[in-house]
Ligand binder design. Structure first.
Ligand code: SIN
Length: 463
């Protein structure tokens, strides 16, 4: 007998809803349906798939307020961010509704008059997705929209912490007219469902957003059936503030990057490297601005920073803070907590640390919490070395108004996403994804539909 999922509000610990978990048989059945409906869905013409996607997007927008409220309740993120995430989520559907109509093939000149070579694109097949709790709407639509646009069928397993937003979006997809078997949601234990997905002969592609260790395990398990994989994994984003940077602007953008979703994003600023000549001014301005951020329940309209998702996340942040302070970091603000283990909520006050060095864990590991560690550099090459000295390669940021410095940094930072005077680079029309252990593949932009397509070539002879 499988236990139900108890979805709780991370701001209060209160139960929001009990979600039925699917049995293994039900999940297998969902994959079979995905396989069986692939033939019909992949032959629906691209303009019709586009129309259905657009209808789905419109329905989500119509229900924006209620979806945002559910998202805040289950994820803890401030309501203004949840409203923003609904827009972000539909922007992927809108983009891929258009891309569906542009899945062009090619003809290649043959080397003889008696042949023709024609290259076509076709959907990879049924897709299984595993999505995270930090963006329960946008990380799902970023996968579902290109998959459906390409002609793939789609099964998603949302994070146990935040299944409600995803379930609501899937319900709206059905209301929009996308057949029930074409887009499905299953709930349950992550590792069990991961195994069912990866072992299934019906699933041709696995797409995952989450931690690097889980991503590696999914890749290994997908090898037997040679599934396509897209992995959007961990990050450890550096922010380099050059000597000539506009300090006020850099402060503002560092905050935008770091405190989105209480620092629980894969691309948020995780280590700030500031030129020694300006570090005092930058750090003081940053700490002053961070002290103004309002910590609290995300349902309150003036909340800027919500709770961290759970005890595990909280313990990691606290342990990084203890380690940094014990090794000499100076606390400019924060390093205070409002946590109640019995009730089940965990708040970390927005924190700024100065005099951080590479010996501290916070400079080596992803934090996933509202903490900014600041260190200094004098030579740009040293900043680049520190920035690149991580197995991760998702996002990086720098602030400079000198174009030579900017081009040099861009060319030498080994990250899939680079924000130059930009702390918020994400967009449906741009390819999001990482290098090294941050993942495989890109989501968004024209690149984001490629992983859902196979290339086939036809050689016609004897003409
Ligand atoms: C993530 O944290 O992985 C997603 C962030 C984004 O899309 O901006």
């Amino acid at each position: 007998m499988t236990e139900n999922i108890l979805v709780k509000n991370p701001a209060t610990g209160e139960l929001i809803e009990e979600v039925k978990t699917n049995t293994n048989e039900e999940i297998e059945q969902a994959l079979l349906k995905s396989h069986e409906s692939f033939k019909t869905w992949s032959s629906v013409n691209a303009h019709e798939r586009s129309r259905l996607l657009q209808k789905w997007s419109n329905l989500i927008q119509k229900n924006k307020e209620s979806i945002a409220k559910v998202m805040t309740l289950e994820s803890g993120k401030p309501i203004k961010e949840s409203l923003g995430e609904v827009d972000y989520a539909t922007s992927y559907i809108d983009w891929y509704a258009e891309e569906a109509k542009r899945l062009y093939g090619r003809t290649v000149p043959a080397n003889t008059e008696t042949k023709r070579i024609i290259i076509t694109r076709q959907p990879v097949g049924p897709v299984a997705a595993i999505t995270p709790w930090n963006f329960p709407a946008a990380m799902m639509t970023r996968k579902a929209a290109p998959a459906l646009a390409a002609g793939c069928t789609f099964v998603v397993k949302p994070a146990e912490e935040t299944p409600l937003t995803t379930m609501k979006l899937i319900e709206l997809a059905h209301q929009a007219g996308i057949p029930n078997d074409v887009v499905q949601c299953v709930n349950g234990d992550g590792p069990t469902i991961g195994d069912i997905f990866t072992n299934s002969p019906y699933i041709r592609k696995i797409t995952f957003t989450g931690s690097t260790p889980v991503g590696k395990s999914l890749i290994t398990k997908s090898a037997d059936t040679m599934k396509h994989v897209s992995m959007e994994l961990g990050g450890h984003a550096p922010v380099i503030v050059a000597a000539d940077a506009d300090i006020d602007f850099a402060v503002n953008q560092t905050i935008a990057s770091k405190f989105r979703n209480a620092g629980q994003t894969c691309i948020c600023a995780n280590r700030v490297l500031v030129h020694e000549s300006i570090v005092d001014e930058y750090a003081q301005k940053l700490a002053t601005a961070v002290r103004q951020l309002k910590l609290g329940n995300g349902l309150k309209e003036d909340t800027d920073v919500g709770p961290v998702i759970n005890k595990g996340g909280f313990n990691k942040v606290v342990s990084q803070l203890e380690d940094a302070v014990s090794k000499g970091a100076e606390v400019l603000c924060g390093n205070e907590f409002n946590a109640n283990q019995e009730k089940g909520y965990y708040f970390v006050h927005p924190t700024v640390l100065k005099d951080v060095n590479e010996e501290m864990n916070i400079m080596q590991e992803e934090t996933f919490g509202p903490v900014i560690p600041i260190t200094t550099f004098t030579e740009l090459d040293r900043a680049i070395t520190i920035a690149n000295s991580t197995p991760y390669g998702l996002a990086s940021y720098f602030f400079t108004n000198d174009y030579r410095t900017g081009v040099y940094l861009h060319e030498n930072l080994n990250f899939g996403i680079v924000g130059w005077n930009d702390g918020a680079p994400s967009a449906a029309h741009a390819p999001f994804g990482g290098m090294k252990e941050s993942g495989i593949g890109r989501e968004g932009g024209t690149e984001g539909i490629e992983p859902y397509l196979e290339t086939k070539y036809l050689s016609i002879g004897n003409l």
